[in-house]
Structure formats: structure tokens, C-alpha cells
Ligand binder design. Structure first.
Ligand SMILES: *Cc1c(COP(=O)(O)O)cnc(C)c1O
Length: 360
């Protein structure tokens, strides 16, 4: 006889990771194309020699280095096994059965999953017609049962970025007893003078004086450590303590902690690489717009093609042409900005077979 498990698991969406196959250009998971810097690789090797010991469960050295870089107190930093774990922990500290978690949709696939795992009720709020957060509708969706609101800036997968002013008026509109998570997984790729406006929206600044606001960032994207799983939250000290209560002990391993510390030390060199991504993002978008595509402005290391019902077929055809991209149901296709030759491979498909497929 099969063991009894939660019957509601059948109704959960499964997390779908980006796929790949040998020889293909993988533009499906918003990863950095370059491997670790020598300084980071050597921190990894040193830490690997000590893996017979448990890691520091309080992540103290990493929290101290982040606190210094971000100019906040160390008691305001929490570390997670990827920021996706912190998304899950935030739901766990705030919501249970009968409580509501609001998030934009379409957005990061983990939001509905972590909400349902906690037994809470997902409240997806559709994006605007131009693929951005509908902040008015999100504020209007707040009820007595709302415990947490996710804001994804820039939004994965559509790329649209909220300005600092937009976020501030949203935070003013949400009751201060409702936790708001500003998920800034792509913060390092945002450039001024775009969607974002003249000043880059920085959650750490926007959260000042607002103890209900938590900022989430990750080492997986611009810092290039996706395989090691480290993310962090900047939050009020009480929230950091609450997160530690639901944290799986030793979830952030010692190799990951050391690599993240070395990456904070090398931040300038690592973040300099985002300039090429931002330039390639502009080149990709311009080329696609010239070819006749609708392409929302993107603040992330990816672009979004809202292709509706053709999305899946388009993604399959691109994979057949040797470029794996990510199709999302009947909403669209997300293409990660890779190295120039990889982006060229996608553009070659997009301006030939891809266009024909859309016309048929
Ligand atoms: C990639 C991503 C994350 C987190 O990634 P981790 O690897 O778990 O740190 C969080 N939010 C969004 C929107 C992302 O795209």
C-alpha cells in the first residue's frame, strides 16, 4: 500500500527547469556564461578540502561581508540556499492555510509553488497589457487574509522594470502589517535611462524605514554561482530571526558560503561583466524589433517575446535550430542573453525560420 501523503500535492504546479541537450546553445536559464574567476575558483577549492566539517549555520562571515558592502547592519541579512529558498521561508513565516499570498502573473514560477507548499492561497494578479506589474490591481487585491506580496523587479520572464517612484507609491498603498518581498534577482543588470528611470530602483534604499519590506537578491545570476545555490535577504532584524526559525539547518553549504564571500570581494570585477550583457540585450532587442517582433524593454539578462499560442511551437523550433530557449505556456518565450555568438545563433533563427513559423 502506498503511504498517505498530502492529497493536494496533485494540484501543485511542478517547477520546470530550463532544459538543454549536448551541443545546443543554452539560453534558457538566465545563467552567466563565464565560469568562476580564479579568486573564486580558489576559494571553492580551499573550502572543498574542509567539507568533512559542517558549515557555519549562521553564515556569519558571509553576512558580515554583505553587510559591509550594502552598508546595513549584519542583523539585517539572512542567507538562503538560493533566494528561491528565501521565497519559501518568507511564505512559511508569514502565511498558513487560509492566508493569501499575492504575486504578479506571469512572473517567477516559484511563487505559486512555495505558496501552495505552505498551504496558503495563491492570488496571482495579471500583468498589464504591456507586460509590467499592475501595481494598482495588486494593491487592490490586498484583503484581511493577505500576509505576503511578491514584487519581481525586473520581472522574470517579461523583463519590465518598475521605477523607484512606482515602487514607493505601491509600498505607501500596502498596509504596513503586510510583508512585501522585493525580489531583485536581476538588480545588477538594470541600467538607468531605461524603463527604470533615471535612478536605478534599489530595494535596500526603498525599504529604509519600512520594516515590512524584504529585499531578495542572489549570487546565481550576475555573480555566476547558480550551481552553488546562495541568495540573501535584507530585512528588519525580527524578520531575519523569524527566517532562521524555519530555515533547514545547514542548508547553505560551506563551499557555497566561501565562494559567495570571495565573490563579494571580487564584486567590481564580476559586475563589470554585466555591461556586456546590457549591451547585448540592447543589440538583441533592436534586432528583434527591426525584424517586426514586439519586445518589451528588459532590465534583466533576458528578453521576452509575447507569442501567445505560438510560444511552445516557437520554443521547439528554436531548440531544433540549436538554441534552447524557454517557452511559457501560451504566454511567450524568454531568451537569455548569452555570449555574442550565441545571441547571433538565436537571431539567425528568429529572423528566418522563427518569423516564418509566426506567419504560418
Ligand atoms: C533566478 C531567480 C531567483 C533565484 O534564484 P536562486 O538561484 O534560487 O537564488 C529568484 N527570483 C527570480 C525572479 C529569479 O529569476
Amino acid at each position: 500500500m502506498t503511504a498517505r501523503i498530502r492529497p493536494d500535492l496533485d494540484t501543485f504546479p511542478s517547477y520546470v527547469p530550463g532544459r538543454s541537450f549536448p551541443g545546443a546553445h543554452k539560453l534558457a536559464s538566465n545563467e552567466t556564461t563565464a565560469g568562476p574567476l580564479p579568486s573564486v575558483a580558489s576559494a571553492i577549492a580551499t573550502a572543498a578540502a574542509g567539507v568533512n566539517r559542517y558549515p557555519d549555520n549562521t553564515n556569519t562571515a558571509l553576512r558580515e561581508s554583505l553587510a559591509e558592502r550594502l552598508r546595513v547592519g549584519v542583523e539585517r541579512i539572512a542567507i538562503g540556499c538560493g533566494s528561491v529558498s528565501l521565497c519559501q521561508e518568507l511564505v512559511q513565516i508569514a502565511a498558513g492555510p487560509g492566508d493569501e499570498v499575492i504575486f504578479p502573473w506571469r512572473s517567477f514560477e516559484a511563487y505559486p509553488v512555495v505558496t501552495q507548499v505552505a498551504g496558503a492561497t495563491p492570488v496571482p494578479v495579471p500583468l498589464t497589457a504591456d507586460h509590467a506589474h499592475d501595481l494598482d490591481a495588486m494593491a487592490a487585491a490586498v484583503t484581511d487574509r493577505t500576509r505576503l506580496v511578491f514584487v519581481c523587479n525586473p520581472n522574470n520572464p517579461t523583463g519590465r522594470t518598475l521605477s523607484a517612484a512606482e515602487i514607493t507609491s505601491f509600498l505607501d498603498a500596502v498596509p504596513s502589517h503586510v510583508l512585501v518581498a522585493l525580489d531583485e534577482a536581476y538588480f545588477e543588470y538594470v541600467r538607468p535611462g531605461t524603463d527604470a528611470g533615471d535612478t536605478i530602483p534599489d530595494g535596500v534604499v526603498l525599504a529604509e524605514g519600512r520594516p515590512n519590506v524584504v529585499v531578495l537578491r542572489t549570487f546565481s545570476k550576475a555573480y555566476g554561482l547558480a550551481g552553488l545555490r546562495v541568495g540573501y535577504a535584507v530585512a528588519a532584524p525580527e524578520i531575519v530571526v523569524a527566517l532562521s526559525k524555519v530555515h533547514t539547518p545547514f542548508a547553505v553549504n560551506s563551499v557555497a558560503q566561501s565562494a559567495a564571500i570571495a565573490s563579494v570581494a571580487a564584486a567590481d570585477e564580476l559586475l563589470a561583466r554585466t555591461d556586456q550583457v546590457a549591451a547585448e540585450r540592447t543589440r538583441m532587442r533592436d534586432a528583434l524589433v527591426t525584424a517586426g517582433y514586439e519586445v518589451p524593454e528588459s532590465g534583466g539578462n533576458f528578453v521576452w517575446l509575447p507569442l501567445g499560442g505560438k510560444s511552445q511551437a516557437y520554443g521547439d523550433a528554436s531548440a531544433e535550430a540549436g538554441v534552447v530557449v524557454r517557452a511559457y505556456g501560451t504566454d511567450g518565450v524568454r531568451i537569455t542573453i548569452g555570449d555574442p555568438h550565441e545571441n547571433d545563433a538565436f537571431l539567425a533563427f528568429a529572423t528566418s525560420t522563427g518569423l516564418e513559423l509566426l506567419k504560418s
